[in-house]
Unconditional design. Structure first.
Length: 477
């Protein structure tokens, strides 16, 4: 493809660069071939600028880089303030085709469930729809393919092109704060964007909550198309900030929650198999059942309804299917129920807010003891460890503190930081042994929540990923 074509809709004036023939694009110097465009991007671990000479040697004709990059007169250098965004737009121009209706959801918690619920309802409506995120790429109701919350721009655009070519009109995707900061979805034509909540997470990367919010805001100011719809949680402390940002940049706002205008939650009543939702829905009073426990799931469903109403423009139609959804993999997933009515659930809760939500959600459904097993990941925000320990100590009857993904840290140190705020916790190093003990100690009517890893099938220890699945270990126990 010609370079001038790749630069359409970007900040770079094509008249100022030669119209070269580009054979391929990549931000991985190992994948550079003759006639390629190489994006020398700065990441968390690597600085792509260090690999520019290697890329040129392998045949790169064009380099995309930050303004502080050295000059390389033998190639065309496109130096801009935000090379991540420029490269995302170039990737979109290179692959060209995307599903016609794309929704993106961001927030600390709920992204996976909401994207999954959206896909499920669209599939029930007879539409070819996919979801993309932590669970992987799920097309219709097929088994998921690769999993990453927000892949790199080339992978995203290749995926979008393939979905479009396969006849998929709809896509619901997760937008992580890391992916937004790095503009990985900068070239995605997002028609509906949704926000769930903002609670403590990823401060090892963002450093402050203000930076974390700024990353989330990018979806609504820079990526959501002008005239598109923003579905926002009206109960969030940052609702006014996001609403103002959307209005200033020409986006329609749909609010949901207890304080919602378009979708207002009046009451969520727990039932044997889920809960009954009483709401005002675009001016009409509605009631419906969902097979999911907890008010946080009620909020996730309302967010999905907002996305569905805006992306299909059929609010009454989508409401017909919402009661038929099922929970996403590893999200308050019932793994085993025993004859004595004891039950074991797996949930991805790995933040203080998520752990608190899931424990509070399950308390009304518990006839006896509410037990929890969890840990915290290594090489991540250390500040949340005592907070999660304190929450477990306050809300659970029996607590098993074990390893999550210790990564490069010493597992014992991570557990000790949790235990400092969780004096009732039972400290068990080996997650497999912890699950076995927690299951063995269940009494009639108890509920055990195994939290932190959800859908994951591996445990990262000292840089090596070992096969490990909470669901399998529970069934083995």
């Amino acid at each position: 493809m010609r370079l001038h074509k790749l630069l359409e809709g970007t900040e770079v004036n094509p008249d100022n660069v030669p119209d070269l023939d580009i054979e391929g694009i990549t931000s991985d110097s190992r994948k550079v071939g003759k006639g390629f465009l190489f994006a020398a991007l700065k990441g968390v671990t690597f600085d792509g600028q260090k690999f520019i000479p290697q890329a040129i040697e392998k045949g790169a004709l064009v380099i995309v880089a930050d303004t502080d990059a050295p000059d390389y007169p033998e190639v065309c250098c496109l130096k801009v303030k935000n090379p991540h965004w420029l490269f995302a737009k170039i990737a979109a121009n290179f692959y060209q085709r995307q599903p016609a209706h794309i929704a993106a959801v961001t927030g600390t918690n709920g992204k996976t469930s909401i994207a999954d619920f959206t896909r499920q309802v669209l599939n029930m409506m007879g539409k070819k729809a996919a979801s993309l995120g932590t669970l992987g790429l799920i097309k219709n109701n097929e088994e998921p393919q690769y999993a990453m919350t927000t892949p790199d721009p080339v992978t995203i655009q290749q995926t979008l092109q393939k979905l479009c070519d396969d006849g998929y009109e709809y896509l619901a995707m997760e937008a992580s704060s890391h992916g937004l900061c790095q503009y990985r979805i900068g070239g995605v034509k997002v028609k509906v964007a949704a926000f769930t909540n903002l609670t403590r997470d990823h401060l090892d990367y963002h450093k402050t909550m203000e930076n974390y919010l700024a990353a989330k805001t990018i979806l609504f100011t820079d990526i959501l198309e002008v005239g598109g719809s923003a579905v926002l949680n009206a109960d969030s402390d940052v609702f006014d900030h996001l609403k103002e940002a959307c209005v200033e940049t020409g986006k329609k706002v749909v609010s949901y929650g207890h304080n919602g205008t378009e979708i207002k939650l009046i009451k969520a009543t727990p039932s044997t198999h889920g809960q009954k939702i009483d709401a005002e829905y675009f001016g009409k009073r509605v009631e419906f059942d969902i097979p999911l426990a907890g008010e946080f799931q009620a909020m996730n469903v309302l967010c999905a309804l907002g996305i569905l109403a805006e992306i299909t423009k059929q609010p009454s139609e989508v409401l017909k299917y919402i009661s038929k959804i099922h929970g996403a993999k590893g999200r308050l997933e019932l793994v085993r129920k025993f004859d004595n009515q004891a039950a074991v659930y797996v949930d991805y809760a790995h933040t203080p807010d998520a752990l608190e939500n899931v424990l509070k959600a399950m308390r009304p459904h518990c006839d006896n003891h509410l037990n929890v097993l969890f840990g915290c990941g290594g090489d991540r925000d250390k500040g949340k460890r005592p907070i999660m320990g304190q929450i477990a100590d306050k809300l659970a009857d029996k607590i098993y503190v074990t390893d999550d993904n210790p990564r490069s840290e010493e597992p014992e140190q991570i557990r000790s930081e949790i235990m400092a705020a969780c004096p009732r916790g039972i400290n068990i190093a080996d997650r497999r042994k912890a699950i076995k003990q927690a299951v063995a100690e269940l009494e009639a009517g108890d509920i055990l929540i195994v939290a932190g890893k959800g859908h994951e099938t591996g445990q990262i220890i000292k840089g090596e990923t070992h096969p490990f699945c909470d669901q399998d270990e529970i069934l083995n126990a």
